[in-house]
Design a binder for this molecule. Sequence first.
Ligand SMILES: *Cc1c(COP(=O)(O)O)cnc(C)c1O
Length: 431
Amino acid sequence: MKFYSTNNPGHQVDLAEAVIKGLAPDQGLYMPSEIPVLSKELLDKFPEMTFQEIGYEVIGALFSTALSQEQIKELVDHTLTFDAPLVKVEEDVYSLELFHGPTLAFKDFGARFCSKLMSMLMEKSDRKVRVLVATSGDTGSAVANGFLGVDGVEVIILFPKGKVSELQEKQFTTLGQNITSLEVDGVFDDCQRMVKEAFLDVELNKKLLLTSANSINVARWMPQCLYYFYAFSRLPKSNKKVVFSVPSGNFGNIAAGILAQKMGLPIAHFVAATNVNKIVPDYLQGGLFAAKPSIATVSNSMDVGNPSNFPRLLALYDNDDQELKSQVSGCYYSDEETVKAMQSVKEKGYTLDPHGAVGYLGLKDFMAKNPDYQGVFLETAHPGKFRETVEKALDLTLTLPERLAAFMDGKKKVEALGNDFEEFKGYLKSL
Ligand SMILES: *Cc1c(COP(=O)(O)O)cnc(C)c1O
């Protein structure tokens, strides 16, 4: 399978180059040139198969031209060391819990896959790869923990000072070893911009082998389609159509759902749910795509003003803007609405994190208008990761899972950085 750049379909590379480069040289995102379609007979067997078995089929279909059967098995086994239970919250409403991995957010899936694949691809090289990551919270921890101790790879994380929860911060700033954290005096978009500039800087790229483990990297992005197949297979048999509601920031997660749909999974509709950083919902409701400075909210992992995976949504629908708008609805919610949803769902016996709450709201609003559906919302993080917000909203004290509590004992180690690219470039040149 080849990968093309969304900015130039004529520019095609193989898997290794797409993964090591991260972003195409023309700033486009890499996309698979062909999307394999799984047969209906195979999909019909998924309800009886384990998550891992489904993983071998889906990852095998995507990557079998580039990787051996053993490599595919090794990748899937390394990625899926934890479950993604589908939990019934209300009649026809299901939560897909994606937070049972090592850093308690869905990004563990993509980060574990990406780190394993990168180390496979670099095995025979004697060059050191530097992975640059901009994070609004959960990417940093998932990527850092995925790459911790991996030979030949050094991870440099940029995060906005004071805009990431303490627990999230602790999960990447305390690790040491091959992980360095830079605390940027700015917002997430500054971090993302500086990382992008570094990838395009000719001088830096002559000196260093730089890559990205943000969801722009196909190795982070594509394996996320796995849990859509899995969730779908665990839904009760029903004549109702199926909708997935995805709390979105950079839109990698929902793009992976659309990839699953293109691979033959009969998802009838998607809801792209955001907080007030509503760039994509505005576009889906008929406006233009207009990036804006990000606004801080209680669902801070989705505080993104220039969603980087947006070109993938269009590419998946063959750049047919009308088709995209008919398959994906957009909606957005204020912090007040988010907190209210957390409270009302708690009364029903389920604890949402602020991101899951946005997904839940999107799903409920869609289903109110479309009763012939059953729906799944993605619960993208453990409520304990956003302890301050959840405890305040629900007036309770959360017990943190042990692996989360363990991070709190670590000592934060960071280097300070301004939001000017030249300063960041100077830092990288000094390595
Ligand atoms: C990253 C993140 C999101 C947004 O996912 P995208 O793929 O960027 O749209 C949502 N929820 C949580 C908890 C996250 O960490």
